[in-house]
Each structure stands twice: as C-alpha cells, then as structure tokens.
Design a protein around this ligand. Structure first.
Ligand SMILES: [Zn+2]
Length: 374
C-alpha cells in the first residue's frame, strides 16, 4: 500500500476509552473487539473503531486528545462525578495514562510550534531511525513505530476546581478547552441545555485568553456560543462540529455560527457520529443501514461549509470516533478510523483541488496552530 495521506483528527477521547472502557489502545482492533464480546456494560462494546495500530494504519499521525470528566450535581440526569474535586482527579488519571503512553513510545505530546513542526517532519517526510520508538504491539515483539502526536484538550470544564487548576493544566500541556459538554455545566451550558455563561465561566474565558488556550466552541449552547464570541478575543475552533442545516439538532451549528467561526479564523472538525450527520437518527434505536449512511455524507457537510464561507480553509477532521459510541453509530463503511483514508478520493470525485483536500485532511488545523503558537 502506498503511504496513507496524513490526517489530523481534532477530537478523540483516547484516555476516556483507556480508563472508562478499559481499552488498551495498544491492542489491535480485532483483539479489543474479541475481548469485549461478552461485555454489555456499554452500548458500544465490541464496536470500537479507534486504537493505536488503526490510527497508524490510517495515517492519523496527529490528533487533539481529550481529558473529560463531568461534575453532576445531586440527582443530575447525566452521569458524572459528585464533586469538581473528583472530576479533577479523574482528569489527572487520564493525564497519567497519556504520560505512560508517551513513556511507551506510542504518543508524543505537542505543546508549541517547534514540537509541531518537528512532529510533522517525522510524519510527512518519513522517519529517521532515531525518531522511531520500540512499541510492543499486542504485547508481543516490539516494533519500530512513529509516535502519534497529541495536543491535550479538555472537553467540558467542570473538573477545573479553580482557575489555579487551569494554570497547572496549561503547564501540563493543555492547549484547548471546551467549557461545556452535554447539559448544564459549572462554567457554561452545553448541548441540549440553555442559558448564559456563569460568572465563573466568564472568568474562565479571561484566564484562557491570558494563557493562550484555544477556545473550543463545540458543545456550547447557542446563547453561550454568542456570548463567548463577544467576550473572548483569543483563538477559537470547533473541534468536532457538523452543520445543523443537514442534521437538525442544537448539537450542530446553524449557518450563522459556522460563518462566525470562520470569520474568527477558526476551523471546524467534521465528525462521524451518525446522529450529527443525518436528520432523523433516533439515539440507541436507529441503524446506519436504515439510512444507507456512508462516509460520503460528510462531503455534503463539507460542501455546505464551503458554500457558506467561500473556501475550504475552515474545514478539518474531528471525528469523535469512539466518543461513547462505536460502529453501531457510524457510517456503514466506517469500520475503523483508518477508513478516513477514503475521504480524499470522495472529495476528488466532487472536484476538490488537491490543495483543498490536504487542507481538510490536516493542513488547516496545522496552519491554525502555527498562527496561534507564533
Ligand atoms: Zn463531544
């Protein structure tokens, strides 16, 4: 097989899979699926699409990887931790896992422009012998592999006990933060919720701006989205975000929101959760085959954003694969994250220029980071 196209995936919940799903992401996809065959504690058991071997096979050489832990108050309807302190501790466990994967040669953390450029060199122009690490695949014979680059982000800010914790996280490499996730939050309200930023949410944005942390506007409810854009003057992106016009639900952005992100120089990462791709999906009930949902559907979202913003410069990939669901809720032809490699061909068929395809697959997010980390 020829060298796969490099892919930048702006949203993967890697540590959540490791610690809450108990998936060893060094295993092959087949090994994880087999191990999960008799499990039924989560809806997506045996349906995973992401692991390090598949990321390497699919050319996903760089990603934004999350820490994630909700604080759910007394009788809150969404799952989460009873206190911000417990949520913080959960994210610190997740960080410990990322650190261990760095030790194992699977991952390398990217915190600034020189680390970014060095890492791209490794993935674009092929590795020098010294850049390779011994990685044990399926705990068998170690093989020489390139580490996958990751930029640390936080999805939902509930776990930030105080703003001092944000400063500590920045020192640990945190470079992007989405203040909200699903439902109400301590700092901001997210998908399916409503209302303005809380007073500490406004302080959080100021502190993020001071530290140079990217604001991830994905999951912000509409009211907070507009308030945050007014208040925050730093860099912003929407890490995993499709179009409401094509999949009506508040989780997706309306056309004016997409335009606003583009006007601020932001990039939107195209997500592959079926519910974000098509209208009419019923959570935990619908099946991809009922809609004949294929990866190609994402090209409709890409076309739509091109029409709205007048270029392909604000579009990237932010799959959200294995973000609490598996192949039961992805396009029928998305069995593994490596199937992202079919996208360049699909875009070519629609007449996209090679330069735009490269932009969508990796360069738009990389250029964004280069500007921010100047
Ligand atoms: Zn999400």
């Amino acid at each position: 097989m020829s060298q796969p196209t490099l892919i930048f995936d702006a949203h993967l919940d890697l540590s959540m899979n490791a610690l809450e799903w108990n998936r060893d992401l060094r295993w092959s996809q087949e090994r994880i699926r087999r191990w999960e065959q008799s499990m039924n504690d989560k809806v997506d058991r045996g349906n995973n699409t992401v692991c390090f071997p598949e990321m390497r096979r699919g050319g996903i050489g760089i990603c934004v990887a999350t820490q994630i832990a909700r604080n759910s108050g007394y009788f809150h309807k969404l799952p989460g931790w009873s206190s911000p302190e417990q949520a913080w501790a959960q994210t610190q466990g997740q960080l410990a896992w990322y650190r261990e994967m760095e030790q194992q040669g699977e991952l390398v953390q990217i915190r600034n422009r020189s680390e970014l450029d060095k890492h791209l060199e490794l993935w674009k122009n092929g590795p020098n012998e010294d850049d390779l690490r011994d990685v044990a695949v399926d705990s068998r014979t170690p093989q020489k592999k390139r580490p996958i680059g990751y930029i640390l982000s936080l999805e939902g800010a509930d776990s930030m006990v105080t703003l001092k914790h944000l400063e500590r996280s920045y020192a640990d490499g945190l470079r992007a933060l989405g203040p909200a996730h699903y439902g109400p939050g301590r700092y901001a309200h997210g998908t399916d919720a409503g209302g303005p930023l809380t007073p500490i949410g406004r302080d959080l944005l100021k502190e993020m701006q001071r530290l140079g942390i990217i604001l991830d506007v994905t999951h912000l409810c509409d009211e907070t989205f507009w308030e945050a854009l007014d208040l925050y003057e730093g860099p912003l992106w929407a890490s995993h975000q499709n179009c409401r016009a094509l999949a009506p639900w508040n989780r997706q952005f309306a056309d004016d929101q997409i335009k606003a992100v583009a006007e601020r120089g932001g990039v939107l990462g195209m997500a592959f959760d079926a519910i974000m791709m098509i209208p009419g999906w019923v959570h935990k009930k619908s099946k991809p085959a009922e809609f004949q949902l294929k990866i190609e559907r994402i090209c409709d979202h890409i076309d739509h954003i091109c029409q709205l913003t007048g270029s392909a410069k604000h579009i990237g990939i932010g799959t959200d694969l294995d973000g609490g669901y598996g192949k039961e809720q992805t396009p029928m032809d998305m069995d593994s994250i490596a199937d992202l490699q079919t996208i360049p061909g699909l875009l070519r068929t629609r007449g996209y220029a090679e330069q735009d395809i490269d932009g969508i697959m990796w360069r738009n997010f990389v250029e964004f980071l280069r500007r921010v980390w100047e």
